[in-house]
Design a protein around this ligand. Structure first.
Ligand SMILES: C[S@@+](CC[C@H](N)C(=O)[O-])C[C@H]1O[C@@H](n2cnc3c(N)ncnc32)[C@H](O)[C@@H]1O
Length: 321
């Protein structure tokens, strides 16, 4: 499966997990795909359902995708914007980044959001207590080389094709409002922030909110998946066994590097929790017993993914990552 990478970056992006998520939902029938926490949209844009409601509390994400949908942002406008702003960035030795950041924080232009997302430190998305984007510059004044501009322009082109070929609605709202309007023929993929992990103006999460999410999903009679983590080298995510105790669980091992060194390669078990039995999922009770007995926490075989039927696109192979 070719993974389509969206033009906006974020630390919580699920690019490495979309193949697994897509394969987990391949046999599930639904009328509408709903994401209360769409983030960069990488999951929906790879599942590519014909109909979707994609929401987030961060208005800049929604404004960006709505602007692509209504053609306020087109690949050629992206190319022109990044070329001209990239030149000013280079000429200023990088200082211009901070002018764009200030302009974005005053005016909220979606093209500036894209510029910042692709030239900030580590592709992070973080907002201060007043809702202002506050990530520093990546310190590469020549960041917008022609090859990168072409790549981003193509990514915007693909997103535009995906959005145009389906019936997609983007909404800036809290997850509680999204969950008020779901029905039994919807399928809900939820990727909330991890409890206590990031605290930022648009992105903080508490145990209380996780309980509300659980209750609203369970009471609405929809089929759902939630993404979370099960364990890392140091601890187990106890919420999986308290709040989500009635769910089936499917896990996948995921490695990340600290400081890029092989010796610091840490494993985390990512989990998909669902009220329906997914391929390779086991009961929550069984997982708990495995943890107690120190047995393997893996439920998925490596790389045997099949995908859900999805909107097809005329993509070439060149610019998907
Ligand atoms: C883990 S990220 C989702 C990542 C996404 N699946 C991706 O791959 O890009 C969580 C998202 O939830 C949003 N969010 C946080 N609190 C929210 C709330 N109360 N209601 C709706 N969205 C919220 C954040 O803005 C963030 O985009």
């Amino acid at each position: 499966m070719k993974i389509f990478v969206p033009p906006i970056k974020s630390q919580g992006i699920k690019t490495k997990l979309v193949e697994w998520i897509n394969s987990s939902v391949k046999d599930i029938r639904f009328d509408r795909w709903v994401e209360p926490f769409m983030g960069t949209g990488v999951v929906a844009f790879n599942v590519r359902p014909p109909k979707a409601l994609l929401c987030d509390s961060n208005p800049h994400l929604i404004t960006f995708y709505k602007a692509i949908q209504n053609k306020e942002i087109t690949p050629s406008k992206v190319k022109d914007h990044l070329t001209s702003e990239g030149r000013l960035l280079l000429k200023s030795g990088g200082q211009y980044y901070y002018e764009v950041r200030e302009r974005f924080n005053n005016q909220g232009c979606p093209l500036d959001f894209l510029f910042l997302s692709r030239s900030c430190f580590n592709g992070m998305m973080r907002f201060n207590s007043k809702g202002g984007f506050n990530v520093p510059f990546c310190r590469k004044p020549d960041r917008f080389a022609p090859a990168l501009i072409t790549k981003i322009t193509n990514q915007v082109g693909y997103i535009s094709q995906i959005i145009d070929s389906g019936n997609y609605e983007f909404r800036n709202q809290d997850f509680k409002n999204t969950l008020k309007e779901i029905g039994s023929s919807d399928f809900v993929y939820s990727d909330p922030p991890y409890i206590g992990r990031h605290v930022d103006y648009f992105d903080s999460w508490s145990e209380e909110e996780e309980i509300i999410l659980n209750q609203n999903l369970v009471n609405s009679n929809v089929n759902f998946i939630i993404s979370t983590w099960l364990s890392n080298k140091y601890r187990v995510n106890d919420y999986v066994f308290s709040i989500w105790s009635d769910c089936f669980i499917s896990t996948k091992e995921h490695f990340y590097h600290v400081g890029g060194k092989e010796i610091n390669r840490n494993a985390v078990y990512e989990a998909l929790l669902s009220n329906i039995k997914l391929e390779s999922s086991i009961s929550n009770k069984e997982m708990k017993s495995r943890i107690t007995k120190n047995e393997s926490l893996l439920t998925t075989k490596q790389k045997t993914y099949e995908i859900h039927s999805q909107l097809s696109l005329a993509m070439d192979d060149g610019s998907l990552s």
